[in-house]
Design a protein around this ligand. Structure first.
Ligand code: NAD
Length: 264
């Protein structure tokens, strides 16, 4: 836990003016696309992931000045320690992307277990709450910051057999609004994106296991295809940027028109 790589940080301290972005679940998929996008924009990025060695390897891949750290977002003590290490290292946190998440295998409600339900809520809802609270200790002191949460079309429309996932994402929407209202006058904005189906390992696994029908998704999506992770990262970066300075408490659908579609 809290294993990290200092990609040249001891010899190459980040420039004081470089902004800092923290991405949870940053080692793969949408998180990794966000990490790369923010790094390309000049941010110092700290990526936190369940898989510590993958996180450290990703940070090394990015180059000097970035951090890769291992922690489970559902573990309060680990996230508190990790976030305070990041703050101590860089002296600031400008952006937090609450991205860490897990998929839910399709199962009839009568066959769903409480353990799986609770784990889904622990990763998504508790993880988003704890990481936001800990990052906000720094952001509120700075009187500046932006948080972007990963929601889903599954939290905005009923998707049968995926109760916990949809409910967890809907709960993150609620957190997005309440935190946005609480911190608005202290310079911290909180928003979310709600992606449709995105071409990542999370979706690949469900497709491989016969849990998702790719052709049916493409037919059901007005744009006719899955999103690329970068297309979600760009929306996240917009909400985190000064271009969205008057946007807070909102959930932006990035779903190829999936939620707009009402046809048969
Ligand atoms: P992914 O499985 O490709 O990557 C998720 C990353 O999070 C992995 O690196 C994984 O190790 C990490 N992770 C998982 N559990 C963690 C934990 N407890 N603590 C720390 N790290 C953890 O997933 P993805 O498709 O990129 O999804 C990212 C986010 O986007 C999730 O919140 C997901 O619910 C959401 N989302 C995805 C899709 C999609 O179609 N892929 C659609 C809507 C929303």
């Amino acid at each position: 836990m809290n294993e990290k790589v200092k990609s040249g940080v001891s010899e190459h301290r980040p420039k004081p003016e470089a902004k800092v972005c923290v991405v949870t679940g940053g080692a793969d998929g949408i998180g990794w696309a966000c990490v790369q996008h923010f790094a390309a924009e000049g941010y110092r990025v700290a990526l936190i992931d369940l898989r510590a060695s993958h996180a450290t390897a990703r940070a090394a891949e990015l180059g000097e000045g970035h951090l890769g750290m291992g922690a489970d977002v559902a573990d309060e003590a680990a996230i508190r320690a990790t976030m305070s290490e990041i703050a101590a290292h860089y002296g600031r946190i400008d952006v937090l992307v609450n991205n860490a998440g897990i998929g839910e295998p399709k199962a009839a409600t009568l066959d769903q277990s409480l353990e799986a339900f609770d784990r889904m809520f622990a990763v998504h809802v508790r993880g988003t709450f704890v990481a936001s609270r800990e990052a906000a200790r720094v952001m509120l002191a700075q009187r500046a910051g932006a948080i972007v949460n990963l929601c889903s079309i599954a939290g905005r429309a009923g998707i049968p057999t995926r109760n916990a996932y949809g409910a967890a994402k809907a709960a993150i929407e609620s957190l997005t609004r309440s935190l946005a209202c609480e911190w608005a006058r202290e310079g911290v904005r909180v928003n979310a994106v709600a992606p449709g189906y995105v071409a990542t390992e999370l979706v690949d696994t469900l497709v491989r296991n016969g849990q998702l029908d790719l052709a049916a998704i493409e037919r059901r999506t007005p744009l006719g295809r899955l999103a690329e992770p970068l297309e979600i990262a760009r929306a996240v970066a917009f909400l985190a940027s000064d271009a969205a300075s008057y946007v807070t408490g909102t959930v932006l659908n990035v779903d190829g028109g999936w939620l707009a579609y009402g046809g048969v």
